[in-house]
Write a protein that binds this ligand. Structure first.
Ligand code: NAI
Length: 420
């Protein structure tokens, strides 16, 4: 009879992070990070656990904490903590004060490199441990929020070391934002409400990377899609992609679902809510909890209730009900039961963080403090690795094509020649 065995959450995730697996195999031999201490902040769960393990396989001593105190999986932390060369500065049940104090402990270990989420470690290092900051050799940041903070630091000339903006790479935008946010937000929206998008009208507010994914995937599920924008080019792109485009004032009365992804605040207002259909469902996939302010809903509501976990229902004076998911916080990360981005998507983002780390030790590493883009060849290498893991082959340029692309002279070639 088959035996039942216990598994750690990381065992399952490892099956869906093939790039990290390939990097682990490649770097286990060379150990390019040997002799260096890496400080890592991230939401500590199975996917980031595999990331930490891969850094360690590449030779690094890894000290890790959570990018916030409440998103930590204790099973992952205890498994990582038992591995030689990995040390936890977080546990499952910490309050904010304990979490901050453990971050101080971590930073006092004087890491060589910082791989950050939300610039949590880098900003605290500069603010609270300024004497340690100059001894750090470099860092990398994976989130939009973190990049905004780092840009402010770079602008003020206070950054003490070079940091790679992993968040800004094409691979991050095209996969994490479009597909990760798109798919996980719709999954969580459907799961939290137990409703079906097919045949409904979904209004996507903001047609940037996240908005494109949301609108495309909602249309793929059979929803009618409306996009609202403030940028004429993105609005035109949405139109040409097959979505209806209109102002939010017009869309307000048409949508069954409204999903914000603008990075902006106050994009759904009390005036919009007054126009909405009975039963409208609002969710935010963009910035913190500011895109759909709860105060705007409270302004027009007579009563507020919680009909289901993760849903706040605002009843207007005429009896219409408007529902806000996850208190307007990121629906794919904070709705009940949400698991964030799929493992296959985080695989590319974490692989980019590891390649950034390896690159910071290489000859092409930036020498002066500041915020830097990931070199394009590194971004492409991750794309190639992803294709390889999916068993997909692509073509390469012939010598003739390379010359053609590199030459500015008029092409007078003989296309009938067999040598071409
Ligand atoms: P983006 O800059 O590519 O797109 C934002 C779009 O919103 C732009 O086209 C902009 O013109 C539009 N916009 C701004 N204000 C607007 C308004 N009032 N009405 C309509 N459109 C408006 O940014 P991206 O990459 O799509 O990210 C959007 C937000 O999503 C950011 O806050 C980012 O941090 C967040 N994000 C969330 C993730 C998640 O897991 N939920 C993952 C990645 C990003």
């Amino acid at each position: 009879m088959a035996q039942q065995t216990e598994q750690n959450p990381m065992d399952w995730t490892s099956e869906y992070t093939p790039i990290l697996h390939a990097l682990g195999q490649r770097f286990e031999e060379e150990e390019p990070l040997d002799g260096y201490t890496f400080a890592v902040a991230t939401h500590m769960e199975a996917k980031s656990g595999v990331f930490v393990k891969t850094l360690n396989r590449a030779g690094a001593r890894v000290l890790f904490t959570g990018s916030e105190p409440h998103s930590t999986d204790p099973a992952v932390v205890s498994q990582l903590d038992s591995i030689q060369g990995i040390e936890a500065f977080i546990s499952g049940n910490m309050d904010k004060t304990e979490w901050e104090s453990r971050i101080d402990d971590l930073l006092q270990e004087e890491p060589d490199f910082i791989l950050d989420d939300g610039a949590e470690l880098i900003s605290r290092l500069h603010a609270d441990h300024p004497s340690i900051a100059p001894s750090v050799s470099g860092g990398a940041e994976q989130t939009t929020t973190g990049i905004t903070r780092l840009e402010a630091m770079a602008e003020e000339n206070v950054l003490e070391f070079p940091v790679y903006a992993v968040n800004n790479t094409p691979m991050k935008n095209y996969f994490d934002n479009i597909h990760g946010t798109g798919e996980s937000s719709l999954t969580n929206l459907a799961q939290t409400t137990n409703t079906i998008l097919t045949g409904k009208t979904v209004v996507v507010i903001g047609y940037g990377y996240c908005g494109r994914g949301l609108a495309r995937k909602a249309a793929g599920l059979g929803a009618r899609t409306i996009v609202t924008e403030i940028d004429p080019r993105n609005a035109l792109e949405a139109l040409m992609d097959g979505h209806q485009v209109m102002s939010m004032a017009e869309a307000a009365s048409k949508g069954d679902y409204f999903i914000t992804a603008t990075g902006n605040r106050g994009v759904i207002t009390a005036d919009h809510i007054q126009e909405m259909k009975d039963g409208a469902i609002l969710a935010n996939a963009g910035h913190l909890d500011v895109e759909i302010p709860r105060e705007e809903l409270s302004k027009v509501a007579d009563s507020i209730s919680t009909p289901r976990d993760g849903i706040t229902q605002y009843t207007l004076s005429d009896g219409r009900k408007v529902n806000l998911l996850a208190d307007g916080k990121l629906v794919n990360l904070t709705a009940p039961g949400s698991k964030g981005h799929p493992a296959e998507v985080m695989d590319t983002t974490f692989a980019m963080m590891i390649m950034a780390a390896v690159n910071l030790l290489g000859e092409s590493s930036p020498e002066t403090p500041g915020l830097y883009g990931i070199p394009d060849d590194v971004d492409r290498e991750i794309a190639s690795m992803k294709l390889e893991t999916m068993d997909v082959a692509i073509d390469s340029l012939t010598t003739d094509q390379t010359q053609f692309r590199e030459s500015w002279e008029p092409d007078r070639g003989d296309y009938s020649s067999p040598e071409r």
